[in-house]
Ligand binder design. Structure first.
Ligand SMILES: [Zn+2]
Ligand SMILES: [Zn+2]
Ligand SMILES: [Zn+2]
Length: 338
């Protein structure tokens, strides 16, 4: 029997309807890995640095900033075809009955490796840890610009998830406003906090750790869990145990734990489900607004298994064709989380 489940972060309903469900292992992708085409020049490879705009940050494998042409492990460069530009004014103005603002913002590309790798899972643990460090470093730098209200760090893995270049990279968008997806979480968590005087994510962790039906992994600092009101098969969250709203405030030892969790999660998808496309993002609180008491930053990974149909687009209610209990079980049995 289908059921409605309430997402207490967003204060919204989803539908879990398993009538059309596949078994978890049937989500495994069939496609064969595409080899890099010969003769194609990749702008992200070592030696082709001049093909991208000059970097805003370049670090070596130890995380030290590199000046000039030294060997690097991660580079952050402005997007060559940015959705937003820095040389614009973040001032809104009236246009008839409408509102308008120049497309101000920053659009960074984080090149994960000088080697031509096509999946984030090809980074080893130390390289994944370095990526986490670079995310934090860049966030702290962006935060100094008071025109920026929010930052979203995200990765499109695979063509179906929107990746236009196959060389593994993530993106950082810095916006002069708080986008709707973030505001929905901010408002939803505030409503919960006003009713209960508690952070909903802290409550979720407490409940999931005691019930253990959707729990994938727990360490001192983080919990990997599938959300009760899951919108997508295998939707996976990595949530810090300590309550904090802004990802840039992650502690040194939490960065180690987070890198380990991130590595386990992406490896699960790579090895157990045969490299499906997915999007991941870090949901971090507004940079300057105080949502600190009720907003709890987290990481979400959403595999691209289903395409939203008319019902979902028309109503805003997502239908998930598996239960998170079922897929969490499958993840636990994979032996990849320990
Ligand atoms: Zn490449
Ligand atoms: Zn919390
Ligand atoms: Zn979120």
């Amino acid at each position: 029997m289908p059921e409605y489940r309430k997402d207490i972060i967003l204060d919204e309903w989803v539908i879990i309807a398993t009538e059309r469900a596949k078994r978890p292992e049937n989500f495994r992708e069939e496609k064969i890995k595409v080899e890099k085409k010969e003769g194609i020049v990749c702008p992200f490879d070592r030696g082709n640095e001049q093909m991208t705009p000059p970097e805003v940050l370049k670090v070596d494998k130890n995380g030290n900033e590199v000046q000039g042409d030294g060997p690097w492990q991660i580079r952050i460069v402005p997007n060559k075809f940015p959705a937003l530009v820095e040389h614009a004014e973040p001032l809104s103005r009236q246009y008839g009955i409408y509102m308008l603002m120049e497309g101000f913002g920053m659009h960074d590309v984080v090149i994960h490796s000088p080697e031509h790798i096509t999946n984030i899972s090809e980074l080893d643990l130390a390289q994944t840890r370095l990526l986490v460090e670079v995310y934090v470093k860049r966030l702290l730098e962006i935060k100094k610009d008071t025109r920026i209200e929010s930052v979203i760090i995200m990765l499109n893995q695979g063509k179906e998830a929107g990746a236009s270049l196959e060389h593994s990279h993530s993106q950082i968008f810095s916006l002069p406003l708080n986008p709707p997806a973030l505001m929905k979480e901010v408002h939803g968590t505030r409503r919960y906090f006003e009713k209960t005087k508690k952070c909903p994510m802290c409550d979720i962790l407490k409940f999931e750790l005691s019930e253990k039906k959707r729990l994938i992994y727990e360490c001192e600092d983080f919990v990997i869990v599938q959300p009760y009101a899951s919108r997508n098969p295998f939707e996976t969250w990595v949530v810090p145990k300590r309550h904090f709203s802004n990802f840039e405030n992650i502690l040194e030892k939490e960065r180690d734990s987070f890198a380990k969790c991130l590595k386990m999660v992406v490896d699960f998808f790579y090895y157990e489900l045969n490299e499906p496309a997915f999007n991941y993002y870090i949901h971090t609180g507004p940079l300057h607004d105080s949502a600190g008491a009720h907003y709890h930053c987290h990481f979400e990974l959403i595999p691209k298994f289903s395409i939203k149909a008319g019902f979902e687009i028309a109503t805003g209610i997502d239908i998930c064709i598996t239960t998170p209990e079922y897929t969490a079980d499958f993840m636990n049995n994979s032996g990849r989380f320990n």
